[in-house]
Design a protein around this ligand. Structure first.
Ligand SMILES: O=C(O)c1ccccc1N[C@@H]1O[C@H](COP(=O)(O)O)[C@@H](O)[C@H]1O
Length: 209
């Protein structure tokens, strides 16, 4: 069954709704974003969530000490490093599930990803759509078939522009370990739409009636 992360959680109601519909992981953005959440808020939400739900902090080129401080304070279980973090940087977080994001246009630059895999400093790869001057949450897709054409040595997550209308195709073409969505299940930035959330999870998992 495909692993699903719902990103850009800013309030408990959305976190509980996504969890009830079967999300495996929730994402909390601590980088500059329309979905940015304060550590105090994230901590309160995370405290109320069941242990089996993964709590992933999203960071972009943040200082190592600050990432560790927020992760510890909030009770994060994983880190999504969405900037230009190096393999050495990633290896500072051995106690966390480390997801390294790489931005993709119409091909995958395996040479830039390989050092992270060879050094075993990450647990998962996330492929998000390259949009100049935007760090994430772009709402734009890339050709998912380029993921499915390759053998991966670590679990791969597809992100970028996913929604209930395209999730099933992304999973069929890309054959990923998981999918991640932020803007495609929102009413407005930082507020999720329960109807879109439910439909996304059902479509990604092929469970729709
Ligand atoms: O969601 C954000 O605002 C964000 C900001 C900075 C870095 C990453 C961010 N989110 C990640 O972006 C991708 C794609 O999002 P979308 O579904 O296209 O809106 C996803 O991996 C989010 O985790």
């Amino acid at each position: 069954m495909v692993w699903i992360k719902i990103c850009g959680i800013t309030n408990l109601a959305d976190a509980e709704t996504a969890t009830a519909f079967g999300a495996n992981a929730l994402g909390f953005v601590f980088a500059p974003s329309k979905r940015k959440v304060e550590p105090d808020t994230a901590r309160q939400i995370i405290k109320a969530l069941p242990p089996e739900v993964e709590k992933i902090g999203v960071f972009v080129n943040e200082e190592v000490a600050r990432v560790k401080e927020i992760a510890n304070y909030c009770g994060l279980t994983g880190l999504q490093l969405h900037g230009e973090e190096s393999p050495d940087y990633c290896s500072y977080f051995r106690n966390y599930d480390v997801i390294k994001a790489f931005r993709v246009s119409n091909y995958i630059d395996w040479q830039s990803i390989k050092p992270y895999v060879v050094n075993q400093c990450i647990n998962k790869i996330l492929l998000d759509t390259y949009v100049p001057q935007q760090l994430g949450g772009t709402g734009k897709t890339f050709p998912w078939e380029i993921v499915g054409e390759q053998e991966w040595e670590v679990p791969v997550i597809i992100a970028g522009g996913l929604n209930a209308g395209n999730a099933a195709l992304a999973v069929r073409l890309g054959k990923p370990f998981g999918v991640d969505v932020a803007s495609g299940v929102e009413k407005e930035p930082g507020k999720k739409d329960p109807v879109k959330l439910k439909a996304f999870i059902e479509k990604a998992r092929g469970l729709e009636k």
